[in-house]
Write a protein that binds this ligand. Structure first.
Ligand code: DNO
Length: 358
């Protein structure tokens, strides 16, 4: 097992590599080329420069999070083949710089969703939270309608009218895409790239949908044990694996995370470990990593991975914003450093316990 931390390159992160270097037990970062347009081939030279910068802090760049999937692939359009081709070329360049694991997602239109970025907790920290009723109001289609009626729009940085327009029409598009069709589009992508993943020895690790339930009528498939099983059966190569994100799957109380970790252990290549506090069956907030801070039993989750012989990558996930830190929501230094060392402590105790150490 290797403990890593997510890091955003090219001055896009308030957290520095020299700070990450000082977190005990962290061997590397999960990173990506944020400026590369979706669907483009990631330039080898830029990857080499990035790797050298990371290596100069004695850290590894073995995990990429993420090479995003072009929407045409998810939609199953004829143009998908050229984007798949570009994806494979990117994988080839990643292989050349020693990448071993690639995290991506197949969420339609948007990545994870939250309704509040700085929800105050009783201890004075803030976390990201999700209230289903509020999230529904953020539907880009209804915001566009509201704007059209000049009744005032929702304003969130990054939700500019142009982007909203594209999101709204994409959401519209998916209203007619059945789950069966979406599974087929996934399989088409997997069958095209997994043979290359095998050749380049890059473990593919799909990220679950977050939150793990339907939103805006979009096909959300990576949400449950049953669906992950279906996904893994689409292409049975060991290289077709998952990112086991406890914070994404955890808001649904029916997801038995230790059981899922045991069941899918040989196909889990990357684990995002964090805790959540459920408020209702559709509302939750993120919490400190410690088991008692949320609803997930982190000891049982780590134990399940350990006992199954997990040898992939783990990273602490979204942390609280504490000690006055100002950073990208969820990705501050302090609480993730605490989280990493809590998880490493669990791992050491479980590992030594299993060997009967005194
Ligand atoms: C959220 C992250 C996700 C993840 C992507 C993977 O904090 O875990 O944005 O990186 O879904 O493609």
């Amino acid at each position: 097992m290797k403990m890593i931390i997510r890091w955003f390159p090219f001055g896009d992160d308030s957290v520095t590599l020299s700070q990450i270097r000082q977190i005990p037990g962290v061997s590397g970062v999960a990173t990506h080329l944020s400026k590369a347009p979706v669907g483009s081939v990631w330039p080898l030279e830029t990857l080499q420069e990035l790797k050298a910068e990371i290596a100069s802090y004695d850290l590894e760049m073995e995990v990429i999070e993420s090479v995003n999937i072009h929407e045409d692939i998810k939609k199953g359009l004829p143009s998908r083949d050229e984007y798949i081709d570009a994806y494979i070329k990117t994988m080839k360049n990643l292989k050349k710089v020693g990448v071993k694991c690639l995290c991506y997602n197949f969420m339609p239109v948007m990545d994870w969703a939250r309704s509040e970025l700085a929800h105050p907790l009783a201890d004075g920290s803030t976390v990201m939270s999700y209230r289903h009723a509020d999230a529904k109001k953020m539907n880009p289609s209804s915001i566009m309608d509201a704007m059209a009626e000049k009744s005032g729009g929702y304003s969130l940085p990054g939700w500019e009218p142009e982007r909203l327009q594209a999101m709204a029409s994409d959401i519209e598009y998916y209203q007619n895409v059945s789950h069966e069709a979406y599974w087929k589009n996934m399989k088409y992508f997997l069958d095209a790239i997994i043979p290359w993943a095998e050749q380049y020895d890059i473990k593919m690790a799909i990220h679950p949908d977050d939150p793990p339930w339907p939103l805006y009528g979009l096909p959300k498939l990576m949400t449950s044990e049953e669906n992950i099983e279906t996904f893994l059966n689409l292409n049975k190569s060991i290289y077709n694996g998952v990112t086991f994100c406890t914070g994404s799957l955890g808001p649904n109380k029916d997801n038995d995370l230790p059981a899922m970790a045991r069941r899918f252990a040989d196909r889990i290549h990357f684990a995002h470990l964090r805790n959540v506090k459920r408020r209702t069956d559709r509302d939750f907030e993120e919490s400190a990593h410690l088991s008692e801070a949320g609803d997930l039993d982190m000891y049982e989750i780590v134990k399940a991975l350990h006992d199954a012989g997990f040898s992939g990558y783990i990273r602490p996930d979204h942390g609280r914003m504490i000690w006055g830190e100002e950073a990208r929501p969820g990705y501050g230094l302090y609480d993730r450093a605490i989280g990493a060392n809590y998880l490493l402590g669990l791992w050491e105790a479980i590992d030594k316990g299993s060997k009967g150490a005194k």
